[in-house]
Design a binder for this molecule. Structure first.
Ligand code: NDP
Length: 454
């Protein structure tokens, strides 16, 4: 039994699944949290879909199909040898090849990769594209490393990973700490080892060697497209809104760019050292220059802009706003953060990161009537565009930016509609969490039923 999660809120059929899972892996708290949050919304399926229980779908879907852990030895620029741990959790392939990003961050462990892989199953299902769910990474800290060190690490990582992936098997992409540079080194090593230009083996590639237009922008833009639909459903829009975005990486930068294009003012961004408030609105080109080109800190942004001030103390969630977009990492928005947002009149929280809001904070948002979008729906634009990259790779073609962006927009509108329609169908109108979990889950579960006991 996990002490952190109240299993009395689950029906007996689901609480036993959860308790057994906790007993099997008692230290995997992030994984427990992700599963608990999904199970909490699946109660109606116990009676409406009795075949799921008969066929042990709940037990099977919460156990990865395959988990790989491996040693990643590499040498730094001084010739000193380091050893990191690599992971790939291939969670579910009922809908298509495994698909999900790679994370390089010192906090990475099996629990974090399992939570991310579990979420990925339902997110990928929601996109409507044929993709299973997976996640991987390493407890490697890219910060402060030279390009040559990053390259050697990526080459060592891929030397093992290549045995487990392939365009029809498993297609990794980026996540925290893995961007265009890392995907390039990983792809180069894969190509060398296999003697084959399998463009479809990784997504997030460079535009001249198999990449898709709009992939870099996709998660942030997709988040704002989804959030725009939520606001529209409430008869409002981004125009004139004050927005706070946490993080300043890939997702945060392009969420900021798109929100401002739609007439909002993004007044704050952050990184792990603190946050910047810029009442004049974030200068996205300067932010890109600092973070993407110079790999600097948000404090460097503040140093170059007179309207901005940097704080190493306090919380970004204390900055008054109408819309909050958490785009950094898991559990970054705790109860106190949400209480501050509500005190300051927040109307909507839409997640760009995966599981950024803690369970108590979600409860608080929902009871205060604040619009809330779970990441598995609102940040699905990244993987959706990765799915579009795979389609282009299969056809050996490349669509223009506008065409790809229009498809992304259409997919996000479709996910929004699906969430609302499913929430209505299950008697919880307007509940995006239940809508996303139920819609994503049912599609995968039905495929598992159809494919037999595997
Ligand atoms: P990046 O590595 O580009 O940026 C991550 C940002 O979050 C950085 O500003 C980083 O600051 C900050 N951050 C990371 N860890 C912490 C922490 N423990 N505390 C405070 N700040 C932190 O990653 P992405 O933008 O790609 O990913 C951000 C989130 O979005 C993740 O949850 C990821 O899983 C999710 N996501 C990403 C997708 C994508 O396509 N990239 C797709 C769907 C979801 P610092 O530099 O100081 O570490």
């Amino acid at each position: 039994m996990s002490e952190k999660f109240d299993t009395s809120r689950l029906p007996r059929e689901l609480s036993s699944v959860f308790e057994e899972l906790v007993a099997r892996d008692p230290h995997q708290l992030e994984f427990h949290q992700a599963v608990y949050e999904v199970l909490m919304t699946l109660t109606p399926l116990v009676t409406r879909k009795p075949e799921y229980q008969d066929l042990a779908i709940f037990e099977r879907i919460t156990e990865p199909e395959r988990q790989v852990m491996f040693r990643v030895p590499w040498s730094d620029d001084q010739g000193q040898i380091h050893v990191n741990r690599g992971f790939r959790v291939q969670f579910n392939s009922a809908l298509g090849p495994y698909k999900g990003g790679l994370r390089f961050h010192p906090s990475v462990n099996l629990s974090i990769i399992k939570f991310l892989g579990f979420e990925q199953i339902f997110k990928n299902s929601l996109t409507g594209l044929p993709m299973g769910g997976a996640k991987g990474g390493a407890n490697f800290n890219p910060k402060g490393k030279s390009d040559a060190e990053i390259m050697r690490f990526c080459q060592s990582f891929m030397t093992e990973l290549q045995r487990h992936i392939g365009p029809d098997t498993d297609v990794p992409a980026g996540d925290i700490g893995v961007g265009g540079r890392e995907i390039g080194y990983l792809f180069g090593q894969y190509r060398r080892l296999r003697n084959s230009f399998d463009a479809g083996v990784l997504t997030g590639k460079g535009l001249t060697w198999g990449g898709s237009f709009a992939r870099t922008e996709a998660t942030g833009y997709g988040l704002v497209y989804f959030a725009e639909e939520m606001l529209r459903a409430r008869g409002t829009s981004f125009d004139g809104k004050r927005v706070v975005v946490s993080g300043s990486g890939n997702v945060a930068i392009y969420a900021t760019e798109k929100a401002q294009e739609l007439g909002a003012t993004v007044v704050a961004v952050s990184d792990s050292s603190g946050f910047v408030v810029d009442e004049a609105g974030i200068d996205v080109e300067l932010l890109k220059d600092v973070k993407e080109r110079r790999r600097g800190r948000v404090s460097d942004y503040a140093n170059q802009r007179s309207s901005a001030r940097f704080s190493a103390e306090g919380s970004i969630w204390e900055v008054p706003c109408d819309v909050a977009l958490p785009c950094a990492t898991q559990n970054e928005l705790p109860l106190e953060g949400v209480q501050a947002l509500i005190r300051n009149g927040v109307q909507m929280v839409a997640e760009g990161a995966n599981m950024p809001t803690t369970p108590e904070a979600i409860d608080e948002l929902r009871s205060a009537g604040v619009l809330y979008a779970p990441g598995k729906a609102s940040n699905a634009g990244g993987v959706a565009t990765s799915g579009l990259e795979m389609q282009q790779n299969s056809g050996r073609t490349q669509w223009p930016f506008e065409e790809t962006d229009a498809k992304l927009h259409q997919i996000m509108v479709g996910i929004h509609e699906n969430c609302l329609a499913t929430a209505d169908e299950y008697g919880v109108p307007g509940d995006y969490v239940a809508g996303a979990n139920l819609a994503g889950f049912i599609k995968v579960a039905d495929a598992m039923v159809a494919q037999g006991l595997i």
